[in-house]
Design a protein around this ligand. Structure first.
Ligand SMILES: *Cc1c(COP(=O)(O)O)cnc(C)c1O
Length: 408
C-alpha cells in the first residue's frame, strides 16, 4: 500500500506555478486527497467498515464529487454542515450535536439519514419526531477512557459534556435498546490504532451487554451499527492498517453489526498548503517577521492549543526562540492587533527577506473551516489543484466576508 503524501513534494514547482497569485492563499490538492482516499478505501474493502467524511475538519464542497467516489457519506456537527452535505455530497448524511433545537431538528429530519444524540434527555425529547421522519437513531457514549493528555480535544476528560455514561440508568431498563439503531463513541484525536483498541476494550466492558442486546433485537430492517467516531490517523505513515482492519472484522463477526468510522483529518491529511508573504521584519531581541496571514484569523488552532500545535513550514524547523539564537531564527507573527497573534518560532535554511513567500504544509484540515475576519483581516483565497494538474480559483476574499456578519 502506498502510504502518505510526502510533505513538500514539488514545492519549487508549486511556488513557480502560483507566483502570480496574490497571497495569502490556500491551495488544496485533489491528487493528495485522492491518495488518502485510496488508503481509506483499502480499509473499507478489507474490513467491511463504512467511512464518512467529518465535515468539521474540511468542508470545501468543490472536492465532494471526488470524495463521494470513495466514502459512504458525511457527518455533520449540526444543521449547516448537514445542509452543505445535502446540497453537495451524494451519500449518507449523519449528524451529531450536543443538543438540537426544535427549529433545527425540523430541517435536519428532512435532509439527514442518521442522527446521533448526546444524551438520554435529548434522545427522549426528539425521539418520536425523528423516528416518524424515518431517521436512523443512535446514542453517543462516553467510555470514560482518556487516551490523550488532558488537552482541549479529549471528550473523556473529567466533567466532559460528551456522551452518555455507563452509569446511566437508561442501560438497565428492559426496553430502551428498542429505541436505538446504533451506538456511537468519539474519543480520539490524531491517534494510532492502539488507542482505538484500548478504547474498544473499555467500550465492551462498560457497554458490551447492552450492545449485544441491541444487535440481537431483530425487528429492524438493517444491522445495528457501532460508530467508532473520528480521530483515527489512518493515512499517516506509521498507522497500523492491519490492526484496524482486523479489529473491525472481529467486531462485525462477534456482534453481527455494521461499523462506521468518521475521520476528518485523515481524509485530507497533508493535502493542502497555505502560502503567505513576508510583509516586514522588525527587530526586538530577535527577528520578528510580520506575515500577511494570522494565527488568530487563519489558523486559530495555534492559539487554542496554546502553541502545542505548530504548523510545518517548508525549509524551516520549529525552535524555541528563548533557548537558541542565530540570524536564521525568527518569530513569525500575524498581521492583526493581537499581541498573542504568534504563529511560532522557526529556524530557516537561509536569512529571510521582505517579499519572500513561505509555504505552510498540512493546511487543508481545521484551517479553512475555522477562518474568521477578526480585525477586518481578509480571509485567504482558496485555490484547488484538480486531478489533471490545473489550478482553479474557488474563492477570493471579499469585504462582505467581514461586513455581512455585522449588521444589515
Ligand atoms: C471532530 C469529530 C470527528 C472528526 O475528527 P478528526 O479528528 O478530524 O478525525 C468525528 N466525529 C465527531 C463526533 C467529531 O466531533
Amino acid at each position: 500500500m502506498q502510504k502518505t503524501n510526502r510533505l513538500f513534494e514539488n514545492i519549487e514547482k508549486l511556488l513557480g506555478e502560483t507566483k502570480s497569485f496574490p497571497t495569502p492563499f490556500f491551495l488544496v490538492d485533489e491528487t493528495l486527497i485522492e491518495n488518502n482516499l485510496k488508503i481509506l478505501q483499502h480499509v473499507k474493502n478489507k474490513s467491511g467498515a463504512k467511512i464518512l467524511l467529518a465535515q468539521k475538519a474540511f468542508s470545501c464542497y468543490d472536492t465532494y464529487p471526488l470524495i463521494e467516489k470513495y466514502l459512504d457519506g458525511t457527518t455533520a456537527s449540526g444543521l449547516y454542515e448537514a445542509k452543505l452535505a445535502n446540497e453537495h455530497f451524494n451519500g449518507e448524511n449523519h449528524v451529531f450535536a450536543p443538543s438540537f433545537s426544535d427549529r433545527d431538528i425540523k430541517e435536519i429530519a428532512k435532509i439527514c439519514t442518521h442522527i446521533v444524540f448526546n444524551s438520554v434527555t435529548q434522545l427522549n425529547y426528539h425521539y418520536e419526531f425523528v423516528k416518524s421522519n424515518g431517521l436512523s437513531v443512535s446514542l453517543r457514549l462516553n467510555p470514560q477512557h482518556s487516551t490523550q493528555d488532558g488537552g482541549i480535544y479529549d471528550p473523556c476528560a473529567p466533567h466532559s459534556r460528551f456522551g452518555t455514561l455507563a452509569s446511566n440508568d437508561f442501560f438497565n431498563q428492559p426496553d430502551t435498546h428498542k429505541m436505538l439503531d446504533g451506538l456511537h463513541f468519539h474519543t480520539l484525536c490524531q491517534q494510532g490504532f492502539k488507542d482505538l483498541e484500548s478504547t474498544f476494550d473499555v467500550f465492551e466492558k462498560r457497554f458490551g451487554e447492552f450492545f449485544k442486546k441491541l444487535c440481537n433485537h431483530k425487528t429492524r430492517n438493517h444491522k445495528t451499527y457501532l460508530n467508532l467516531g473520528g480521530g483515527h490517523h489512518i493515512t499517516r505513515d506509521d498507522y497500523d492498517l492491519d490492526g484496524i482492519i482486523k479489529l473491525i472484522k472481529k467486531i462485525r463477526q462477534t456482534y453481527d453489526c455494521d461499523i462506521y468510522l468518521e475521520p476528518g483529518e485523515a481524509v485530507v491529511l497533508n493535502s493542502g498548503y497555505l502560502i503567505s508573504s513576508i510583509m516586514d521584519i522588525v527587530n526586538n531581541d530577535g527577528g520578528i517577521v510580520i506575515m500577511d496571514t494570522s494565527a488568530a484569523c487563519h489558523n486559530p488552532d495555534i492559539i487554542e492549543t496554546q502553541h502545542s500545535y505548530v504548523p510545518k513550514i517548508f525549509d524551516a524547523k520549529n525552535v524555541d526562540l528563548k533557548s537558541i539564537r542565530n540570524e536564521r531564527i525568527y518569530r513569525l507573527a500575524g498581521n492583526t492587533c493581537l499581541s498573542g497573534d504568534i504563529i511560532g518560532d522557526y529556524e530557516f535554511e537561509k536569512k529571510l527577506d521582505v517579499g519572500d513567500r513561505l509555504v505552510f504544509s498540512d493546511m487543508a484540515l481545521y484551517t479553512i473551516v475555522k477562518g474568521n475576519t477578526f480585525n477586518g483581516i481578509p480571509l485567504p483565497s482558496i485555490y484547488i489543484r484538480r486531478l489533471g494538474g490545473e489550478i482553479e480559483l474557488l474563492r477570493q476574499p471579499h469585504y462582505l466576508d467581514f461586513k455581512s456578519r455585522l449588521g444589515k
